[in-house]
Design a protein around this ligand. Sequence first.
Ligand SMILES: Cc1cc2nc3c(=O)[nH]c(=O)nc-3n(C[C@H](O)[C@H](O)[C@H](O)COP(=O)(O)OP(=O)(O)OC[C@H]3O[C@@H](n4cnc5c(N)ncnc54)[C@H](O)[C@@H]3O)c2cc1C
Length: 403
Amino acid sequence: MAHVSEHNCDVLVVGTGPAGLVAALAMAQAGLATIVVGPAMDPARDTRTTALFTGSVALLHNLGLGPALVPSMVPMTGLRLIDDTGGIWRAPEILFRAGELGLTEFGINIDNATLNTVLLAAARTQRGLRLIEDTVAPGFGLGANTTTVKLGGVGTISTRLVVGADGRSSLCRREAGIEAPTSPYQQSAVATRFHHTRPHDGISSEFHRKAGPLTTVPLAGLESSLVWVETPEEARRLMALDEAAFIQELNGRLQGLLGAVTAIGPRASFPLTRMAADRLGARRIALIGEAAHVIPPIGAQGLNLGLRDIATLVELITRARGLAADIGGETVLEAYETERRSDVASRAAMVDTLNRSLISDFLPLHLVRGAGLHALNTIPWLRRLIMREGLHPSGRVPALMRS
Ligand SMILES: Cc1cc2nc3c(=O)[nH]c(=O)nc-3n(C[C@H](O)[C@H](O)[C@H](O)COP(=O)(O)OP(=O)(O)OC[C@H]3O[C@@H](n4cnc5c(N)ncnc54)[C@H](O)[C@@H]3O)c2cc1C
């Protein structure tokens, strides 16, 4: 007879990307019997870096990951915006300093390979958490107090709540019956890292160009990461260039801001897409991270949003458990929807507006953007407001994100 394995848990997290692993650690540390399921992966394969703002960094510290992550965290102390649209009216260069908000830094930049490796190692040893290297299969069986999920391999898992962290093509989202309108942009991002001769001084620089932004983010020493948004054809061309030719093009784009570019790392290209799930939960399934929302890599919002999903969900579940209520019930899922909807919608709209104001040929839009940047340079309270909003939404900060 075939071996049958049946598992029971409070929370099943589906997906072992950064959102899934952080969610699993947070649930287990909140005292919930947790299982996380995802295919075996090589965490070092992801050559990108991720900029995380102060609340996200606090969350990682609060989960006890500080000692393992801090040596690889590079502080971002400033943000520079440069108008490179070539329009008739060039907006002024803007430099935001974390000190203007009384902070030492806006956040940090970390390479994804380190982040994922540390998260995976922590998940393997976390008490109350079991990591199963497998996928979940379609056909969740919804019962009165639990739902039953089949593994792609052998076994079933019975759980009170499924946390869908299974990325943009989420099976959990489909099982919840949630639609997710998706709009591709006619743009792709080329991501890499590069060495340069002049120090970045902890400042991330965003060149606003007609094809989309080109952003450098500080890494240790004389190194930065790069997200370069272009038309898909131009991105394909950049990907096909040899190293010397790519460096030459990058030198042209950076206009000597970081001195000369001397070497680049591996390149990867990502088509830009916007997707927002119609709802963030249903049928004992709560969606987090890119299973719930995908926004273009502009302004470093993606995983920061996902971590805010997690901090909010953990808080709601803990509260429900304290009241002896159903942690996977409609009340929790509705509260999650209410708490997260405006942050998710406003971030997506902000990134979309900035992006469209660059690529549009509509002159008044360029004038409005230029006037907005001019105002940011001259009105201190507006600067502080925009800086604060960029870091986290106004309103209550979930406990897990407080320092
Ligand atoms: C170029 C670029 C730069 C970026 N820079 C930043 C930045 O600076 N700051 C920032 O905050 N964000 C950034 N982002 C966004 C960030 O990378 C994403 O938000 C984040 O990676 C999403 O993580 P996730 O865990 O939600 O999804 P994913 O990483 O896609 O993980 C989903 C996981 O689910 C698993 N899975 C799928 N189906 C199943 C199944 N049936 N069963 C089990 N497991 C399954 C997959 O194998 C995968 O491991 C950037 C994105 C890009 C493209």
